[in-house]
Structures are given as C-alpha cells and as structure tokens.
Design a protein around this ligand. Sequence first.
Ligand code: SAM
Length: 283
Amino acid sequence: MPAVWHALAVVLPRSAVAEASRSLLALGATGLMEDVPTGTALRFKQPWDTGRKPRPPATVMLRAWFRHRPEPKALAMALPGREVAWTEEPEQDWNEGWKVHFQPIHVSDRLVIAAPWHGVPNAVVIEPGNAFGTGEHRTTRSCLAEIDRLATPGGSCLDVGCGSGILALAAAHLGMRAYGMDIDEDAVEAARIAAAANGLLATFDARPIAEVEGSWDLVVANLYAEVIAALAVDLRRLARGHLVFAGILSDRAHLVEAAMSGLEQVHRDDGEGWTSLTYRVPA
Ligand SMILES: C[S@@+](CC[C@H](N)C(=O)[O-])C[C@H]1O[C@@H](n2cnc3c(N)ncnc32)[C@H](O)[C@@H]1O
C-alpha cells in the first residue's frame, strides 16, 4: 500500500504560531507550513507601491504533516481549545510529480516549446527551473505568439529581460539573429546553456540596455509596465520594426501607452489581469 501523510490544519492567531509549531514538532510533525486562512485576501507589496507594507492577516492557517497521527489527548494538550482538521495525502515523488504540470506549448506548427523529457522533435527545449520563462506564464506565451507572427528569417531580435532565453531562442529558431540581455547573471548563464543545448545561435549577456547598440527588427520585453516606461527611451531607440511588450498589469497599461505615444499600436491582448501591447516603429 502506498505511504500516506496525515495533514493537519489549524487556524491560530499569528502570535500563537511559534508555540504551536514547537508543540507539533514535538508530537512528530515532519513538516510545517504557514498558509492563509480560507477566505482571507492576501495583498503583497508591489514594486510600485509606496508607503507602508500591507499588514499580514491576523490569523494563520498552520499546516503540519505527520507519518502517524498523534494521540488525540496529546494533540488536545498541544493545541488547547483549537479545532483541527485532518486530511490524508498520498506520498508523491516530488522530483517527478511537478513535471506532469509542464506540457509542451504549441505556439504554431513551426514553434513549439518543450521540456527535455517531452522529446518533441524540432521544439525549442527549455529546462524549467533555471530562470523565469518556461512558456507557462501567460505573458511569455503572448510574446511567443507575437514573435511567431512577426519573425522574419534573416531579421534581428533583441530580447530585453531574457530570463531563460525563451523569447530570443524562439526568434533564433525562426531564423532571426537573436540577442538577449538581463540584469540577472544567473538568467544569462541559463540562457547561454539553453542556446548551446538547442544548437541555436543566440547571444546573451548582462549589459545594461543603455549600452546596447544597433537597431533591431523586433524588440521584445516581458517586463512590468513601470520598467518598460523607465526604459522607454532606449527601447524606442533600439527598435526599427516592432516593439512587443508583455508583463504589464492591465491597470498599469496606460504607463506603457504614454511612454510609447506617437507609435502605432498594432496589437493588444488582455486577459487574466495582464496586457500585452505591440507597436510598429517606422524604419
Ligand atoms: C518576467 S521575466 C521575463 C523572462 C522571459 N523573457 C519571458 O518572457 O518569459 C523578466 C526578466 O527581466 C529581467 N529584468 C528586470 N528588469 C530588467 C532591466 N532593467 N534590464 C534587463 N533585464 C531586466 C529580470 O531579471 C527577469 O529575468
């Protein structure tokens, strides 16, 4: 019979969590997690928020995992007066289980993104977990669709904030000369490894955008609206065909629209709170 975990959940005031955690560990819990009580809206501080940090909720859902349920009396002493809920969870092979969620992304017949274990012929292969950009996120997928629509073999593509390199590699796969840059050195390294693994000619480095030269047929940037607006002068300077933006929270799209004023907006995609915008830049 497969092994089972006994999972306990208890709602507590935040001030009682440390003591309860110690007691549950003493009763044999092998793992603990602080969660948000059901029905509580959590708000994280966003990069553009000024002022005070949002307060964490006053109550916490503490979860604990046991191989064997503790004696009810011992549990009642550990969590006096608290109502606990138990569920049973089957053992999972986490190293393998998470892979199930990654499915190949079929952008078009000529552009498919897949993980190494999918074994999809002629796909751009991205190893999940090395940097942002597996194609799972809506913002990445909308950029991939625009790259597929706008790529011209022999043209050039600049990927600003390349993460895993997925967008530059997609452009290279479609015959473009591709260059990606990122402020995160680890992402640049992951992108270089992915380029080599795919046998694609794309270059990556951590140069700041102000130092990037030339003009590019396609400039893609999956970045927050605030970052796109801050980099707008360089983004406009470097583009001579199309500018593709994603990563824009829909209620911030006006920031990008203001920063790109005067350029023709040729595509807009809204969904799940995200907006993607494409502009045509006169050559
Ligand atoms: C949302 S990820 C996008 C990754 C990938 N291009 C994709 O579409 O999935 C944003 C990336 O931009 C990088 N980034 C943020 N600000 C940047 C900046 N000012 N210049 C260059 N890269 C930046 C981050 O390090 C991160 O890797």
